[in-house]
Design a binder for this molecule. Structure first.
Ligand code: NAP
Length: 216
């Protein structure tokens, strides 16, 4: 399978690229800097260099042509509103349009649980980030593509345990980025799981079983 990852230089993106490569998939993606392209090429990932915020649907679409699935795991990190709007909002919509233009049928978005910021003293910019993420989920979920939205709980950097809780609604807790990447890889290898919003958190179900339990 050929998979293009937007956000391939990020923490989840890199782990996903490694998981897919180990499965024998061909991984490509978009990065912002030449040194990221060089570093990823040593790990077998073909990266193109470009600015997601400035890229047209046409130029993004030409990068996506010929792949089997597109994954969007880029994020602005809840900073300034214009960057959030560009990366967490318009960037996703343009990627969705570019996926359609390129004739690719599968689009997977890494989103957030809408209640992730609840009971926290969020700044206005952080509140804006969660609002943009939710609105984008609405748009993606209305697309004609074989879309999939994965909403992990709080991401942490610890070794994965290979088991998770995955389903339409999960409590907001935490999960290792390695387990998110492994779940994404397993979901990409299960094309029957499509047009679903799945929430993901730490749990005790082995990832392969957690994925098959969500088959329609
Ligand atoms: N943090 C959490 O607890 C949490 C919880 C649930 C869901 N999520 C979601 O999980 C996903 C992956 O998170 P992560 O930890 O892997 O994020 P990350 O390590 O911060 O990676 C973010 C990616 O987005 C790219 N990016 C950021 N700004 C950009 C810009 N202006 N133009 C182009 N690319 C840009 C980064 O590129 P560079 O390498 O060039 O910076 C990087 O590839 C995100 O969608 C996030 O919203 C996060």
């Amino acid at each position: 399978m050929k998979v293009f990852i937007l956000g391939v230089s990020g923490a989840v993106g890199r782990l996903l690229a490694d998981d897919l490569s180990e499965r024998g998939d061909a991984v490509s993606g978009l990065v912002r800097r030449d040194e990221q392209k060089f570093e990823l090429s040593k790990r077998g990932v073909h990266a193109s260099v470009g600015q997601l915020a400035d890229m047209s649907v046409d130029s993004l679409g030409s990068m996506l042509r010929g792949v089997d699935a597109v994954v969007y795991t880029a994020r602005s990190n809840g900073g300034a509103r214009d960057v959030t709007a560009a990366i967490d909002g318009e960037g996703v919509i343009r990627a969705l349009e570019a996926t359609t233009l390129a004739g690719v049928h599968r689009f997977t978005l890494v989103s957030v649980m809408p209640e992730a910021g609840r009971d926290q003293d969020l700044s206005d910019d952080e509140g804006f980030y969660f609002a943009v993420k939710k609105l984008v989920d609405v748009t993606v979920s209305q697309s004609d593509l074989d879309w999939l939205i994965l909403r992990p709980s709080m991401l942490i950097d610890r070794p994965g345990i290979g088991s998770v809780s995955l389903g339409p609604a999960q409590p907001h807790d935490e999960i290792a980025r390695e387990d998110v990447a492994a779940t994404l890889a397993a979901l990409l290898h299960e094309p029957r799981i499509r047009r679903q919003i799945l929430e993901l958190t730490q749990g005790s179900t082995p990832i392969a079983f957690a994925v098959s339990a969500n088959l329609p």
